[in-house]
Design a protein around this ligand. Structure first.
Ligand code: OXD
Ligand code: MN
Length: 594
């Protein structure tokens, strides 16, 4: 017996069906009140699911440890379940929907016996905005409730918004026994449904994030004429007060949170430049009535990678974690009940428990390489005043980027929208700890959406081409690579705040009077003089080196792209992209002969 917070029949049916299947002892509807959240936190501390941190130094902050087998997204256990296998595409794993529902039901059956089932009504985007989407997440994890409460807008207002008949994404999560062999992250785009079993790691279980706001939303976006992208959104204020916005796609753990919150170098601050953060991971993008692209961040918090975050690398993110934050799989300083991770300070303090809870003896890392903070966006000192804007912000530029030790220059610009889509489609990056599997392996990750496109990648490219046709003022499209290495394997470009120098060039290439650039076989590259390296520890030669385009390498790159198109993505790739590929090959050859 419980108090339902809604009269919406579909919601009630969903909740009842889940309860009948999983047989929880109790059902609690999350109303979003501060009181209820407080109660859940103290319950989680009692059960050991959360460890309360130093109230003075880190007010309202907690540490959570996952099972050791459950520390990252599991891409090989993540499925798109469409009626026709072809519609999921070759990049996604596919399961027959009937089979998938059956499999998940058998795994989840009676799994909440002796547990509480929570019903979380949540909104991706501002509650009530016509661009927002409502979801209902069922879960047996307090950790999920408390994280969703940071990452999304949660509570009764979402149900009120639905009313009696509104439709929503059905999100079901059961942690079961966290059995890695029975872990499934299932998406049913045609039914607007998500099922996640046997995990309790953020990316697999905070179903509003990757599952709804990217995989399901990308599918909805294709049908409804908009884009759901793995992109940060940042605003740049110029010394004269003008403001421009950029969205940027990078694979997981390649610095999206750092770029979104960057603090410009001193000389830029003195001239009056300012960066503000609209989002650090996801952008929902629409064509505005003015023929420009407009972007909103559907999330309400940051689920950021902890290692490497410090005062210098990302002061703003660190500040955001100082209150109301849940840390996952970081190390615990038992002297003062604060947290630590590699890179937070140069030396590891004594008396640490590692991320598994064992005394840290200096072997391995103290924090897991994919340890995270879940922090409310309002905590961030540079959060944009447009953060809650319903229309979002107009985009002047779109940036693609990845980790590439060689080949890809610091920055280059596409010649057209179609060419920009081609550049995004051809992205590759070295893998990171955000997903399980080997790190440092070069893999294709088109538009940083390889793990997140909820439908056929070829159709996804075609949708991008289609959107471009509707634009009167398309944003300029760029590719950046902060990760070029020298012969000794050291990064040449310092990155972080100095990336502002590249942002400055990018924005000078947008608008009505762009500055000049050098045309190369792959697109426009800055004239070395046009990248400001004043007060920087970088020689002109080093800058020239990372701006250089090696035609032999690009001939190989083009062959690699062609192979990827043919062998991995397969059919449905729009002709426009093949035309760009042919042009790239031609350019590399011509310039070589010439
Ligand atoms: C993330 C990811 O958590 O991309 O944002 O893995
Ligand atoms: Mn991400």
């Amino acid at each position: 017996v419980y108090m339902a917070l809604t009269k919406n029949k579909e919601v009630l049916e969903f909740v009842n069906t889940c309860a009948e299947l999983t047989q929880p002892d109790k059902i609690i509807w999350i109303d979003g009140s501060a009181n209820q959240i407080k109660q859940l936190k103290s319950e989680a501390v009692k059960s050991g699911e959360l460890i309360k941190l130093n109230e003075h130094l880190l007010p309202d902050c907690y540490l959570h440890r996952t099972a050791v087998n459950d520390v990252a997204r599991v891409e090989d256990r993540t499925f798109i379940c469409t009626a026709n296998k072809e519609d999921a595409g070759n990049v996604n794993f596919w399961l027959d929907p009937k089979l998938a529902y059956h499999l998940a039901s058998e795994i989840a059956r009676a799994s909440m016996k002796g547990r509480t089932m929570y019903v979380i009504p949540f909104s991706m985007g501002v509650v009530g905005s016509e661009f927002s989407k409502i979801g209902i997440e069922i879960t047996d994890s307090i950790y999920v409730v408390l994280n969703m409460n940071i990452m999304t807008r949660v509570g009764k207002s979402c149900l009120d918004r639905l009313g009696k008949t509104g439709s929503f994404t059905k999100c079901f999560h059961a942690k079961c026994n966290v059995d890695a062999d029975k872990r499934y992250i299932l998406h049913f785009p045609e039914d607007n449904t998500i099922i996640s079993v046997n995990s309790a790691y953020g990316g697999n279980v905070l179903l509003g994030k990757k599952c709804l706001a990217l995989r399901i939303a990308s599918y909805l976006g294709k049908n409804e004429g908009w884009l759901a992208e793995h992109m940060l959104i940042l605003g740049v204020t110029f010394p004269d007060g003008e403001k421009k916005y950029i969205a940027a796609a990078f694979p997981s753990a390649c610095g999206k949170t750092n770029l979104a919150m960057l603090i410009p170098p001193k000389s830029y601050l003195e001239r009056g430049y300012k960066i503000e953060c609209v989002g650090d991971d996801i952008a929902w993008i629409r064509v505005g009535e003015d023929g420009r692209l407009w972007a909103v961040n559907p999330e309400n918090g940051f689920f950021g990678v902890a290692p490497g975050t410090n005062e210098r690398s990302n002061f703003n993110a660190l500040q955001a974690t100082k209150r109301g934050t849940i840390f996952t799989n970081v190390a615990l300083n038992t002297d003062d009940m604060t947290v630590w991770w590699e890179g937070l300070s140069e030396h590891c303090p004594p008396n640490m428990l590692d991320w598994t809870g064992k005394p840290y003896d200096g072997s391995g890392t103290a924090a897991h390489p994919n340890s995270r903070f879940t922090a409310p966006a309002v905590n961030c000192p540079c959060v944009s005043p447009d953060f809650n804007s319903e229309t979002g912000v107009p985009l002047s530029a779109i940036i693609f980027g990845g980790r590439r030790a060689t080949t890809t220059p610091l920055v280059y610009q596409a010649k057209s929208w179609e060419h920009g889509v081609f550049i995004g489609s051809a992205m590759s990056s070295e893998t990171t700890a955000a997903a399980s599997g080997q790190t440092g392996v070069l893999r294709h990750d088109p538009m940083a959406m390889k793990p997140f496109a909820g439908y056929h990648m070829g159709d996804y490219f075609a949708h991008w081409i289609e959107i471009g046709k509707q634009l009167k003022k398309p944003p300029e499209i760029f590719n950046v690579n902060w990760f070029r290495q020298d012969a000794d394997g050291k990064f040449i470009w310092p990155g972080f705040g100095d990336n502002m120098r590249v942002i400055e060039w990018i924005l000078k290439r947008c608008g009505d009077n762009p500055i000049g650039a050098e045309e190369t076989p792959i697109g426009f590259v800055p004239k070395p003089d046009d990248i400001n390296i004043e007060d920087m520890n970088l020689s002109v030669d080093a800058l020239k080196e990372i701006l250089s385009v090696d035609k032999d390498k690009w001939i190989k790159e083009a062959e690699e792209i062609e192979k990827y198109y043919a062998e991995t993505i397969g059919s449905r790739i729009p002709d426009e992209l093949y035309a760009c590929l042919e042009e790239l090959k031609r350019n590399c050859k011509n310039k070589k002969e010439g």
